[in-house]
Design a protein around this ligand. Sequence first.
Ligand code: ADP
Ligand code: SF4
Ligand code: MG
Length: 401
Amino acid sequence: MRAGRRVGVWEPGRAGWRRVRVRVVRWGPGGYALTQVSSGEGERPGRLLKPRMVCVLVFPRLGALRDMAPLLQVDNLRTWFRTPAGYAKAVDGVSFSIEPGQTLAVVGESGCGKTVTALSILQLISRPPGEFKSGSIVFEGRDLLQVSATELQEIRGGQIGMIFQEPGTSLNPVFTVGDQIAEAIRLHEPVARGDLRERVLAALRAVRVSDPERRIDQYPHEMSGGMKQRVMIAMALACNPRLLIADEPTTAVDVTIQARILELLRQMQAERGMAILLITHDLGVVAELADQVVVMYAGQVIERAGVEELFANPRHPYTRGLFASLPRVDRRETRLQAIEGSVPPATQFPAGCRFRERCPLAGPECLQEPVLETVEPGSKAPHVVACWKHKELERAPVAGS
Ligand SMILES: Nc1ncnc2c1ncn2[C@@H]1O[C@H](COP(=O)(O)OP(=O)(O)O)[C@@H](O)[C@H]1O
Ligand code: SF4
Ligand SMILES: [Mg+2]
């Protein structure tokens, strides 16, 4: 039976045997290891069932449901940091999901919680000072907040690849790039030493590195920013991950290289069918690559929609501010229409709507915290927004456009 199929099984409960619907996560040495699926409102993260607890496989045909399941589902994630000034609520109740092969962009200004969201998925938050206050991060049926350290090791870099925000600091200056890619492969696959060099060369060729036979023996400082970024991508993709997390993959490189890196990501995705979680503050990059967009502000998701819907009909004043601050080539402007002020520190988010001190529409009702409401059901993904006044912005033109 393939991993990912859903089946009905009997398991021993406190009041005798009961039937639960579960998803097969992987083959275990003595049978299946399974994770539980709720029968009510869709899926909830479940513990791993030991193979010996599984008694009868009842509905193997339900495996067809696998194709409908998200690859990654983040639910109500809260990642806080304990600081002398109180908790920094860097990520505070974030939910989204990514389908296989899809690109989901997370956008927002600096300091709104994008990187902490990405690092939480891979459990790269140091604890302390970090604490996971609530939530689940279910990847292919497994809650990454619950899996063992060994499983996590196998998932990181194996099934989920990550391109970090700073390519310069993420590569180790004392090893050649070839050695670093080889290490990334060896951690996840038993490749014979003799074959390793060829695998590394293939990884470099895949990301269109010129002259890979020479580059493989170079140190990071011998490379340009764009080349280092390609090496980072080669490392992240070396084990064919199902999901690539790319944190600001083009901010450290100049505009011409940016376009090439985006094109490369698009090609890699088409060739391998992987999903991408793309973190950026650049709406141009979003328009180029994304299928779905999550807009974050002050640790929360304030708007989420398909890319075309969001660009056609942004409904949160903050999202509209992001669009209005885009430079326009067809207009001579002395100053960009940037949103006044900046994201407050994560220890000092205001009560009620966190955007209220910067919002041109703020009113007395904004002292209450708005919740995400569906404004457009959408055929693939609903358009949701957290703003008391979203109706006033329906189809209203974006300032500056
Ligand atoms: N280790 C930490 N301790 C305290 N606060 C942190 C820590 N890491 C991040 N933060 C805070 O969390 C917030 C979100 O940070 P980050 O996710 O890096 O933002 P973004 O990637 O959107 O620019 C910021 O206010 C940042 O200062
Ligand atoms: S809830 Fe109020 S303060 Fe917040 S974005 Fe909407 S109008 Fe502005
Ligand atoms: Mg960041």
